[in-house]
Design a protein. Structure first.
Length: 227
């Protein structure tokens, strides 16, 4: 039996291949997370389609680098909107949707789960990324705040804090020999992370195996935070 997966994505170049390979069925809802009115429509639109929702994974993000003394307002606003405000909005609407459903319709005491993506900069300040650090610090605290309210109502809320991952967002760091060497020297695993490193923790947090886990910020960083 297939299942429905709701994603928000603009890059659909590999979509059909991924869906075919996993043997699943997917409904794609495209939204601009930099536009708050667009964000507000995501959960209600999916709910009206009749597709059930019980897992929310907030994994979109942007980063802008400037010295703090010259950080542009527009870049600050964009980063906070995409990385934090949209996360809160989606959590709020998803939580309201879950809580509006009859508790008897759920097979266990767990009604839904939210997985947010935080960052090492939820704990550290970074360099020339004040907006990103502020937004990811906010995601970590938001995760705890929502867990305090909703875990007793059957909604677990956790976050994953990625370390230094080989993605387009980090191309500038990886291409800087000095920064790249310094980063690798601190990672006990001795390498940059890759997207596949997150499969286990995401499946765990989405499954019943984590039904007693909430309010946690789980680092997936090759041991970085242990140093």
């Amino acid at each position: 039996m297939g299942s429905w997966k709701i994603r928000d994505e603009k890059n659909t170049s590999t979509r059909d291949e991924i869906i075919s390979r996993t043997g699943r069925t997917a409904t794609i809802h495209v939204s601009d997370l930099a536009n708050q009115e667009s964000v507000k429509r995501i959960i209600p639109t999916i709910a009206r389609s009749g597709r059930g929702m019980d897992i929310l994974l907030n994994c979109a993000g942007v980063q802008r680098r400037h010295p703090s003394e010259s950080f542009p307002d527009d870049d600050w606003d964009e980063v906070l909107q995409v990385n934090l405000t949209s996360v809160f909005t989606l959590c709020r609407e998803f939580g309201a949707y879950i809580l509006s459903r009859d508790a008897a319709s759920f097979q266990s005491g767990r009604r839904g789960t939210i997985i947010n993506v935080a960052s090492l900069l939820s704990f550290q300040g970074g360099i020339t990324v004040p907006a990103y650090a502020a937004s990811k610090g906010g995601v970590a605290q938001l995760t705890k705040a929502l867990s305090n309210e909703w875990m007793s109502k059957g909604i677990s809320v956790n976050a994953i804090a990625p370390g230094y991952i080989n993605t387009d967002m980090n191309t500038e760091l990886m291409d800087n020999p000095e920064r790249n060497s310094a980063i690798l020297a601190r990672i006990p695993a001795g390498r940059w992370g890759i997207p596949d490193d997150f499969k286990g923790v995401v499946v765990f947090l989405a499954s019943e195996a984590s039904s007693y886990v909430s309010g946690e910020i789980i680092c997936v960083d090759g041991g970085w935070m242990g140093r």
